[in-house]
Design a protein around this ligand. Structure first.
Ligand SMILES: Nc1ncnc2c1ncn2[C@@H]1O[C@H](COP(=O)(O)OP(=O)(O)OP(=O)(O)O)[C@@H](O)[C@H]1O
Ligand SMILES: [Mg+2]
Length: 261
């Protein structure tokens, strides 16, 4: 079978590839129905943070635009390794249960395509443990994102087993009326927003250099590095390897138990 893996540098030595539903990894889905909200920016930055901690990190590019793969290909050898999986939309291996990743994966981050609904959305949620929704703080984006979060919560997968969701406020400037309204909406749904990212060329430059903010040790980036701390704490609080493994197994073997939890 043709496995959707990028290149030599994308797979740890002697580590077999396994189906993602069998990984004892924390699988994070970065998604928003709205285009341009920062899915790729958040996915690539998150991957670089987790790889920098020395934990085996896989970035799945599930968007036919290929932005995450392009970023990964621009990454230079001296930076912490991130393993890449590119989902080829023309192959027959596009459903998430068909995806493969290295067995030692600790974190798997999926950069989703915009505009997913219905069964394509259900399929992605099914094989992920956590959901991150980047949102731009404009009225148009907030309305669309609120609608999307509502849609997420109503999917069959989420009603059966609610995955933790966090919102990342992206490209936030000083004016904050719309963002205040989104915060009220999120509070009413008990959805945390552990990161607020500035609108800065640091992210634009980092993407073109195959880096994340984590890969810039300079003082000039300190403020942006700090913006990720709470989100990383939130991820750590959600993810314990044994817990994820147990939940994956119980979901497959005992639906009643999952419904009860
Ligand atoms: N915090 C930020 N500051 C400045 N520019 C940003 C920031 N976040 C994202 N951008 C820029 O906004 C644009 C869209 O971001 P990105 O590609 O991450 O969004 P996306 O949701 O992945 O888009 P798509 O839906 O097309 O996949 C890019 O040009 C990116 O460099
Ligand atoms: Mg993208």
């Amino acid at each position: 079978m043709n496995l959707p893996v990028l290149s030599d540098r994308t797979k740890p030595h002697n580590d077999p590839l396994v189906a993602i539903q069998l990984l004892s990894a924390c699988r994070i889905l970065v998604i928003n129905g709205k285009g341009g909200s920062g899915k790729t920016t958040v996915s690539t930055n998150l991957a670089s943070w987790l790889a920098k901690r020395g934990e085996t990190t896989v970035l799945v590019d599930a968007d036919p635009q290929g932005s995450a793969s392009y970023w990964l290909a621009s990454r230079t050898q001296e930076l912490p390794v991130i393993f890449g999986v590119k989902i080829d939309p023309t192959s027959r291996l596009t459903r998430s249960f068909q995806w493969r990743a290295p067995k030692s994966t600790r974190w798997l981050i999926t950069d989703a395509a915009p505009g997913l609904t219905g069964t394509a959305l259900e399929d992605l949620i099914q094989n992920h443990d956590l959901i991150i929704v980047p949102v731009l703080p404009s009225d148009i984006d907030i309305r669309a994102s609120a609608h999307f979060i509502g849609e997420l919560l109503l999917t069959r997968c989420m009603r059966r087993q609610r995955r933790p969701i966090a919102v990342v406020a992206n490209r936030v400037k000083q004016q904050a009326n719309a963002w205040d309204r989104l915060k009220k909406f999120l509070l009413s749904l008990n959805i945390p927003y552990p990161a607020t990212l500035r609108d800065t060329q640091h992210y634009v430059r980092a993407y073109s250099e195959g880096r994340g903010i984590a890969d810039y040790p300079q003082q000039s980036h300190a403020r942006d590095r700090n913006d990720w701390e709470l989100l990383l704490c939130w991820l750590d609080a959600q993810a314990s390897p044994s817990q994820w493994l147990d939940e994956t197994v119980s979901e497959e073997t005992d639906t009643d138990l999952v419904n009860a939890s």
